[in-house]
Design a protein. Structure first.
Length: 209
């Protein structure tokens, strides 16, 4: 499998996940402008202001790469699709599509963060990713200092696999340690029935071979 007829849309409880499309630029620009202070510590691409035409260019790039099966950036839209609540994606950071591996990436816009939306979206990405998509393993990686992101991984039952020390340049100065979490399709199918809001079991760190 070198090409993927990627699924286009998932309707969640209070949100829609879908590929960005032509005309979504203003929504991305507005969500990005609101969220600069919130994103700046963790996202190297965060900008204080995204002109609408830059937003439109970006969503067109996302759409083109989606159709070419080169990368899958996914918007988190309100149910009426009039507002962008955040952005997510299945990123090919562990190898090409043939590996069956992808990394889930995500941000929730500043005014929607802290209300439990992040874990609900990641749970939806796992549910969708292991059913309509062909993923066999979905990973979640974050700066070890990003406690909200680590909490999302724990709340979604992702397994802690280890820490890659000094793996990337930090957004500010120095290097960052990367916390690695993942679930395989087998893990997902064997999971006990539980909601994203359930208290997670204690993480059991496992060294990365
Ligand atoms: C990380 C992020 C996706 C979480 O989404 P969210 O919708 O805010 O998720 P929640 O509302 O469940 O909040 C996350 C959890 O982290 C906790 N949290 C938030 N900030 C925290 C902090 N500074 N220290 C410790 N815990 C923190 C919250 O209390 C909550 O845990 P709880 O439910 O046990 O109280 C969102 O905050 C975000 O977009 N952050 C900026 C971008 C980013 O870091 N993306 C992830 C990159 S890997």
């Amino acid at each position: 499998m070198t090409y993927l007829f990627a699924p286009e849309r998932y309707v969640g409880d209070g949100f829609v996940l879908r590929s960005y499309d032509l005309g979504d630029g203003p929504l991305l620009s507005e969500a990005s402008d609101e969220s600069y202070e919130h994103l700046r510590p963790w996202m190297p691409w965060a900008v204080p202001h995204m002109p609408v035409e830059d937003g439109e260019k970006l969503v067109r790039q996302f759409r083109a790469r989606y159709l070419l099966a080169e990368g899958f950036v996914i918007g988190v839209f309100s149910s009426d699709e009039m507002r962008l609540l955040g952005s997510a994606g299945f990123h090919l950071r562990e190898g090409p599509i043939t590996t069956g591996c992808a990394e889930i990436g995500m941000f929730i816009r500043q005014s929607e963060a802290g209300r439990g939306l992040g874990p609900r979206v990641v749970t939806a990405m796992l549910e969708w990713g292991f059913s309509a998509w062909p993923w066999l393993r979905l990973a979640w990686r974050c700066d070890q200092r990003n406690l909200a992101s680590i909490r999302v991984a724990e709340k979604c039952g992702l397994r802690h696999e280890g820490v890659l020390r000094g793996q990337l340049a930090h957004v500010g100065n120095g290097r960052r340690d990367t916390a690695c979490y993942a679930l395989t399709k087998q893990d997902w199918l064997a999971r006990p029935a539980r909601g994203a809001d359930a208290t997670p079991p204690p993480a059991s760190p496992k060294p990365l071979g």
